[in-house]
Design a protein around this ligand. Structure first.
Ligand code: ZN
Length: 245
């Protein structure tokens, strides 16, 4: 059993370092990812606003065309007024002139409103462009930072994972499964060390008789409080002695 427990300690040390490597990356990957999403959303918004502008421009052109046609018609009607033969004809043309004028005014008023909307949208588009520009710079900056951190840890990570595979082969499958179950359930540490009469992970006291058994390392002993596999590492104890000197 001692051999197996010592192998577990080696595995634990590797997992510990892997965890530290993962932590050293910090939240950079998530930050890059969320920046990317924000960036995509901004681009979609920009596209939408640009489409809207196109749509309004087309409508404006169509209405301006209609207003032109009305203006031409009004000219004709006014000329006709000079050639009327009776009051009835005069009244009929006057009504048509009034209708055309109302329609023309409406179109012109609508186009002024459209123009205002377009200008507002263009201001929005401008600030979106600026936002996207600064976002791109920030994204590139963070990506560079991430790449530096990642390349540093990647080599080490690969080496550790290779070692981990070899160690895993040395362990009986059920023991390795228990180790993994505890490791995943306990935030990355499946082992706890006997540390001056207590569990190094949860600090609960361990009765002296149990302490003796743990030191012997010939049984699988779990911490009654945190459920981790308790082991003994003389080097750890020595380092405390060193510190106390
Ligand atoms: Zn414990």
């Amino acid at each position: 059993m001692r051999n197996k427990l010592e192998t577990l300690i080696r595995l634990h040390n590797i997992d510990h370092e892997l965890l530290q490597l993962e932590k050293s990356k910090g939240d950079l990957p998530q930050r890059v990812e969320s920046l990317r999403n924000e960036f995509k959303a901004l681009e979609a918004e920009l596209q939408q606003q640009q489409d809207k502008i196109k749509e309004l421009e087309a409508k404006k052109a169509r209405q301006a065309g209609e207003a032109e046609v009305l203006k031409e018609q009004l000219k004709k009607y006014r000329n006709q007024l000079y050639q009327v033969k009776n009051n009835k004809e005069y009244d009929a043309i006057t009504i048509q002139i009034e209708e055309s004028e109302t329609k023309r005014d409406e179109l012109e008023y609508n186009n002024l409103e459209l123009e205002e909307q377009i200008q507002e949208l263009e201001t929005g588009v401008q600030s979106l462009h600026e936002k996207i520009h600064s976002q791109t710079e920030e994204l590139e900056q963070q990506q560079k930072e991430l790449e530096v951190v990642l390349s540093k840890s990647q080599d080490r990570e690969e080496k550790l994972l290779k070692q981990r595979q070899d160690i895993q082969k040395e362990l009986p499958r059920p023991l390795y499964s228990s180790y993994e179950r505890i490791r995943i359930g306990r935030g990355g540490a499946a082992l706890a060390f006997l540390d001056r009469g207590a569990c190094s992970e949860c600090s609960s006291r361990i009765p002296p008789q149990r302490g003796v058994e743990i030191r012997q390392m010939d049984k699988l002993i779990l911490c009654e409080t945190c459920g981790r596999i308790l082991v003994y590492d003389p080097e750890r104890e020595n380092s405390h002695v060193e510190l106390a000197k």
